[in-house]
Write a protein that binds this ligand. Structure first.
Ligand code: GLV
Length: 325
């Protein structure tokens, strides 16, 4: 019997073509997010689900999909998937690491530069017709070059962010669960420090950790208070890594100078008070969104799903225990 694959959101046609060559595909090219009950109904007899970070794959869904072999997430982060529940049911779970590293690093830099140089504020000022002439003290920002960059979460993307810092003659500090090899550190010109030291010393603090219970509100009021009043915070990790209520308060009271935020607690909802602040650059979770990279992510998810359905080990298997069972 042919395999059935449910694709939960709109994807590029070539990813669908690749899946269609291997299975019967139920797509969602209308891109209307599927409520949990609708996803469960579509996936009830599915062998694979290709999903997005907007889909919650939990024990309740898995219980309704007895044929399911694989859940292929179109994202590197997979906190939308209950990995333990997948493993308990013998369902493989995969993500899309690697293909988005450079694009996401580019965007972390977009937010760093944008927040430091007040670009969205400046554009609003101009568009609203407020610009009446050049002034020496107009929209003064902070320098990026020769500043200290602190990266919290020094995986592949964190390292790609660090590599770019050389061109800006920056000092790089990082903290990570484990220290990088000395040679990698040397190559990145990066120094491993404790989180509190990084927060106190960095002019730019960039968050690139996965979301988990351990990283929930990693940055809250106390951590923001440790940062320099001239510092810029960038969150390209996940909503919930930062306590957004505390961040709004810190930006309002200028505890830190500015922030660049791509991800929000409870997105697509977000703390509406961000909108009233000039010192924050806001983006709707688009760090990996170049045409080439989003296509590569969809293609990789398709490849993972097809490999699992073909009895092969998917290249980005998150729970290899299911193969040993
Ligand atoms: C995007 O946020 C991803 O995890 O790929």
């Amino acid at each position: 019997m042919a395999h059935k694959v449910v694709v939960t959101r709109e994807v590029f046609d070539d990813a669908l073509d690749r899946l269609r060559a291997a299975a019967i595909v139920v797509d969602n090219q209308g891109d209307v997010p599927l409520p949990p009950a609708e996803l469960a109904a579509r996936a009830a007899d599915a062998d694979a689900i290709v999903c997005a970070l907007t889909d919650r794959v939990d024990a309740a869904l898995l219980a309704r999909c007895p044929r399911l072999k694989v859940v292929a997430n179109i994202a590197v982060g997979y906190n939308n998937i209950d990995l333990a529940a997948c493993t308990a049911r013998g369902v493989m779970a995969t993500n899309t690491p690697g293909v988005l590293d450079e694009t996401t690093a580019d965007f972390a830099w977009t937010l760093m530069l944008g927040a430091a140089r007040r670009i969205t504020e400046a554009e609003r000022y101009l568009r609203e017709g407020q610009w009446t002439g050049w002034q020496l003290k107009q929209l003064l920002g902070v320098d990026v070059h020769h500043a200290t960059l602190g990266i919290i979460g020094m995986g592949r993307i964190g390292q790609a962010i660090a590599r770019r810092a050389t061109g800006f003659s920056m000092q790089v500090l990082y903290c990570n669960r484990s220290r990088l090899d000395a040679e990698v550190e040397r190559g990145l010109n990066a120094r491993w420090v404790a989180r509190d030291e990084l927060l106190a010393a960095a002019d730019f603090v960039v968050l690139m950790v996965p979301y988990s219970e351990a990283t929930h509100h990693l940055i809250g009021a106390a951590e923001l208070a440790r940062m320099k009043p001239t510092a810029v915070l960038v969150n390209t990790a996940r909503g919930g890594v930062v306590d957004d209520v505390a961040l709004v308060d810190a930006l309002r009271r200028r505890v830190i100078a500015a922030a660049g935020i791509d991800v929000f607690e409870g997105e697509p909802a977000f703390h509406r008070d961000f909108l009233a602040l000039d010192n924050v650059v806001l983006a709707p979770h688009i760090a990996s969104s170049s045409a080439a990279t989003r296509r590569a992510m969809a293609m990789l998810a398709a490849r993972n799903a097809i490999a699992a359905l073909s009895g092969e080990r998917p290249p980005n298997l998150l729970n290899p225990q299911v193969l040993q069972a």
